[in-house]
Design a binder for this molecule. Structure first.
Ligand SMILES: [Zn+2]
Ligand SMILES: [Zn+2]
Length: 129
């Protein structure tokens, strides 16, 4: 007996899924361009130096230089770069912690705390925040 083993085949909605792919691809591209935009522009407008500790960066370690939004509002991106600041990973971390503490009204963290935090290595993945 010749089997009827092949599974059921549905007539396809190929067109629809292609359209969806398109939309998704477009959205990804837009996001990527926007993200790259900040960093590219900030690195063009500002020197490759941490705005806090003054550490200078070269192409080799540029991935450790991050772009910070001064007012912590990621949607505020004036093209003159006035809301961006280049910060190294450590200073960027500190900046956000300080901001969080201020927001929570807990004041500044004690020295000891600060030191123990510095032992943890920041992730090498650059962030934009
Ligand atoms: Zn720094
Ligand atoms: Zn930031």
């Amino acid at each position: 007996m010749a089997g009827n083993n092949s599974g059921p085949r549905k007539p396809s909605g190929q067109l629809d899924s292609k359209k969806l792919d398109d939309v998704v691809a477009k959205a990804h591209k837009q996001r990527d361009t926007r993200m790259a935009g900040y960093r590219e522009q900030s690195l063009k407008l500002h020197p490759w130096v941490c705005g806090r500790c003054g550490r200078a960066f070269t192409r080799e370690n540029l991935h450790e230089l991050t772009v910070h939004h001064k007012d912590h509002n990621h949607d505020n991106n004036p093209s003159d770069g006035s809301n961006w600041e280049n910060l190294c990973l450590y200073c960027h971390d500190n900046e956000h912690q300080r901001f969080a503490y201020l927001v929570r009204g807990e004041g500044f963290m004690p020295e000891a705390d600060k030191k123990s935090r510095r032992l943890t290595t920041p992730s090498p993945v650059f962030r934009i925040c």
